[in-house]
Design a binder for this molecule. Structure first.
Ligand SMILES: [Zn+2]
Length: 305
């Protein structure tokens, strides 16, 4: 094929190729290229999707939704959603000069097509059943309000009733302050539900993904038998700047990352997204119990009394 010079000029003007840094600034069609939030490199959208939205250049694990997590982890067609109809209400009538909670909740629900942060249900990996509750950070910064807490608590209680493990995937900015004390009490509510699961000797596997902060990291997400995290995930309670200002000291560069938490014994493993399904599948197999769930539950409960 021969191409005239003026055609080439036109071609380069229209084609969003990653030749130079100035090219990166140009408008990129959503469905062709994606730009890494960490290194700025461009990747074909299909290649990026095939790599589970991990940058092939720098390994940055971009944020994904709860639905995407379930698609990555669960056996095909095994996921049955529960409590999708639970909807938050503005119980305190929260309005500030910048914020109207009721309107914000309605607008976010419409934009995301979900009622709140958490998607929960029953699923399996390699045929091994478990309950799952996964956060979508895109919904109001993954903030934990009444619906969030209720859905996670119900997932844990369902796991206890069925005698199966529960997996929580946690990405959150913390408690949803628009709900005040009703948000804060979710930390205790979910933690209490987890004691029921412990009583039937089933594990809570907690996966911390970027970012996991505040009341979620400070409560149930850290109360787990196994805690995994994704590479580079930011994890903590308060943010770096707040801590540096409070203690008047400079913190190490990788402070509050998954790797820092692993070095200090706070989590069990840092697992790349491509290995996550196999890793959680292996854990479910290790915890698999030979007895039927009902028999086992009666046995354990009787043993505790
Ligand atoms: Zn990158």
């Amino acid at each position: 094929m021969t191409v005239e010079v003026h055609d080439l000029k036109d071609f380069f003007r229209r084609a969003p190729l990653p030749f130079t840094s100035s090219r990166r600034e140009q408008q990129i069609p959503d469905n062709v290229w994606t730009k890494c939030a960490n290194c700025g490199e461009l990747t074909y959208q299909k290649q990026f999707n095939d790599a589970l939205k991990v940058c092939p250049k720098c390994g940055y694990h971009s944020r994904i939704s709860s639905r995407e997590w379930i698609d990555i982890l669960a056996d095909a067609d095994s996921f049955v959603e529960h409590d999708a109809d639970l909807q938050g209400i503005d119980i305190l009538g929260f309005v500030s000069p910048k914020d109207n909670y009721e309107a914000k909740l309605a607008a976010t629900s419409e934009r995301t097509g979900t009622n709140d942060v958490v998607m929960s249900g029953s699923a399996s990996i390699e045929g091994l059943p478990f309950e799952i509750a996964a956060c979508n950070f895109d919904f109001m910064g993954g903030s934990m309000g009444s619906v969030f807490g209720e859905k996670v608590a119900r997932a844990v209680e369902r796991a206890a009733d069925r005698g199966v493990p529960v997996l929580t995937i946690n990405a959150s900015g913390g408690a949803r302050m628009h709900e005040g004390i009703f948000a804060l009490m979710q930390m205790a509510k979910v933690s209490v539900a987890l004691t029921r699961l412990a009583r039937v000797r089933q594990p809570h596997i907690s996966l911390l993904v970027d970012p996991c902060y505040g009341g979620v990291s400070a409560s149930y997400a850290s109360v787990a038998d196994i805690i995994l995290a994704e590479p580079g995930a930011n994890i903590g309670f308060a943010g770096r700047r707040v801590i540096e200002q409070t203690i008047r000291q400079k913190l190490p560069p990788h402070f509050q990352t998954a790797e820092f938490f692993l070095e200090h014994g706070m989590i069990d493993a840092v697992v790349p997204r491509s290995d996550m399904r196999a890793t959680i599948g292996r854990l479910l197999r290790l915890y698999e119990r030979p007895t039927s769930s009902a028999d086992h539950r009666e046995h354990v409960v009787a043993g505790h009394q």
